[in-house]
Ligand binder design. Structure first.
Ligand code: FES
Ligand SMILES: [Fe+2]
Length: 460
């Protein structure tokens, strides 16, 4: 393994003030086509990438394809508790074994075997080539080994399936630390998608990722939220990964406030308003149960109830309501909730916005070798009663489609404009807020270790 990459892993327990000084870096990572091309081999071929949920492949033979630049990976369930992954290329003359249907994010379905559409070579789920027409013509040169599908590492964590194209990669669990241990108590594997959408943006994947990995933009990009309270957030470097969270207001314990927010003023009223607004205009970070429990606060609590008590009451009554319908939130130690923050940026391109009963996840991928394009995916999850989980398919949803509602389009409105502004000959490089936008500096520090260029330098 690259020495500098190893060095990053050793910093996983690094103090929270790591990367505290102001830094800047160049724009090649966002705008250079040569950089995008280099990412293909130096980054995407080396990192663990989440490619879908375990529940997306329910049966033996269920498969999906993960598309990243020129690489396409087939992941297939081969047993109740086992997946395998293969490069999507027939070992005869290289034809893709499965095609991505027009307009889809990837291929998916269920097969007993993979039959190549070109000359019919056939592969079982374990990747063995089981049928070759006129095999004798090769005079015995075709072996089980040289006809077997080319394997890719695959593992699961948090309910996601992850792949790594590097045969010598570190185990997934090691790669994900300390994020995996911090997030395990939230039992993310029990959540199911309520909705999933994807779209192509006119910006680099990092521009899109960095629009969602800090809270600094909320007051200005999402002005409606200002009426509900202050949205100040911290960011910490966590080795390869980062996490972000809210600063605790003066009158509230940091551990309480860290996850589900209550509003300012009369917390009973503002919490109900913020929950309703969030449910209707974003449809993320909350559930119907939480909204309904928030709407009852004015009836259930006297005027003047301290905000901390409003929060406790709200969460306890929502937890009870959910338990009554067979939905059980994990019990996570409040100190741990506080430390875990509101979201983790998993290097390089995945974000998990976790909570005890719902989560909001973003994924960002290059779209061909154009540095100005990316594939953006959003998935919103929650806990459902057993047997009542919806089957939320991925919906391609163009920018401007009303199904995005009103808040996410405010984020989208910055994407192409940031990409364009970065290309200005007058722009000298990003200057992320060292406290609130540290996840951005950490992303570029870690990217530079894989890419060999673009490391942040002290801002002068
Ligand atoms: S390329 Fe697949 S059978 Fe010929
Ligand atoms: Fe935003």
């Amino acid at each position: 393994m690259d020495e500098s990459i190893e060095a990053v892993q050793k910093t996983a327990d690094s103090p929270v003030d790591e990367l505290a000084e102001a830094v800047t870096f160049g724009v090649d990572a966002y705008t250079s086509e040569a950089y995008v091309r280099a990412e293909r081999d130096r980054l995407w071929a080396k990192v663990w990438q989440q490619v879908g949920r375990v529940e997306d492949l329910p049966d033996v033979g269920s498969y999906l394809s993960h598309e990243i630049l020129d690489d396409s990976i087939i992941v297939v369930r081969v047993a109740a508790d086992r997946f395998k992954a293969y490069h999507n290329a027939c070992t005869h003359r290289g034809r893709k074994l499965v095609d991505v249907p027009a307009g889809a994010k990837g291929a998916s379905g269920r097969r007993k075997a993979f039959v190549c559409p070109f000359h019919g070579w056939t592969f079982n789920l374990d990747g063995d080539c089981t049928h070759i027409r006129e095999k004798q013509d090769w005079g015995g040169a075709l072996t089980a080994e040289n006809t077997h599908l080319s394997e890719v590492k695959v593992d699961t964590w948090g309910g996601w399936i992850w792949i790594n194209m590097d045969p010598d990669c570190e185990p997934l669990r090691d790669y994900l630390e300390p994020a995996a241990s911090m997030l395990d108590p939230f039992e993310l594997e029990n959540m199911r998608a309520r909705w999933r959408k994807w779209v192509i943006f006119d910006c680099n994947w990092k521009v899109a990722a960095e629009a969602f990995d800090e809270i600094y933009h909320v007051d200005i990009t999402h002005p409606e939220f200002v009426q509900f309270g202050q949205f100040n957030g911290w960011a910490r470097a966590q080795g390869k990964h980062s996490n972000i969270g809210y600063d605790a207001p003066r009158n509230m314990d940091a551990n309480q406030q860290a996850k589900l927010r209550i509003g300012s003023g009369d917390a009973r009223v503002s919490t109900a308003k913020m929950q309703t607004f969030t449910w209707e205009q974003v449809n993320t970070n909350t559930t119907r149960t939480l909204v309904d429990a928030a709407l009852r606060l004015v009836d259930e609590l006297p005027e003047g109830t301290p905000p901390g008590d409003v929060l406790q009451h709200w969460l306890a009554s929502a937890r009870r309501d959910d338990e009554a319908r067979g939905v059980f939130w994990p019990k996570v130690d409040p100190a741990h909730v506080g430390k875990s923050g509101t979201a983790w940026q998993i290097f390089p391109n995945f974000q998990i916005g976790h909570a005890v009963n719902n989560m909001l996840c973003y994924n960002f991928k290059p779209c061909g070798y154009d540095p100005n394009k990316c594939v953006f995916e959003v998935a919103v999850y929650e806990l459902f009663p057993k047997g009542e989980e919806p089957k939320a398919e991925w919906e391609y949803t163009p920018v401007g489609d009303p199904r995005w509602r009103t808040v996410l389009p405010q984020d989208f409105s910055n994407m192409a404009a940031v990409q364009q502004g970065m290309k200005s000959r007058g722009f000298k490089g990003p200057k992320p807020n060292p406290y609130r936008e540290r996840a951005i500096a950490n992303l570029h520090r870690n990217l530079a270790r894989y890419m060999g260029s673009g490391a942040p330098v002290k801002l002068k």
